[in-house]
Design a protein around this ligand. Structure first.
Ligand SMILES: [Zn+2]
Length: 75
């Protein structure tokens, strides 16, 4: 199973994936420059959308985990 799914952060204006630098710490209120359309994306909004996607992914994974744990428990 591939556990290393990543949350994709996309531009609010053109939907292009945004490059978040790993070694840079973004803070609330920061702006992220889109490489495609050169628009500035509000970090908070971008993260909110990414979180919604991520939560859904995590939820699916979590349910799979729970199901297999329960099976192990009751076998
Ligand atoms: Zn863009």
């Amino acid at each position: 199973m591939d556990n290393s799914y990543s949350i994709e952060v996309v531009c609010l204006f053109c939907d292009a994936p945004l490059r978040i630098e790993d070694n840079k710490e973004y803070q609330s209120g920061d702006m992220i420059n889109c490489f495609e359309c050169k628009e500035l994306n509000d970090y908070d909004s971008v993260l909110d959308i990414a979180k919604e996607k991520g939560i859904k992914l995590a939820k699916d994974e979590f349910e799979k985990e729970i199901n297999s744990s329960l099976k192990n428990l009751f076998k």
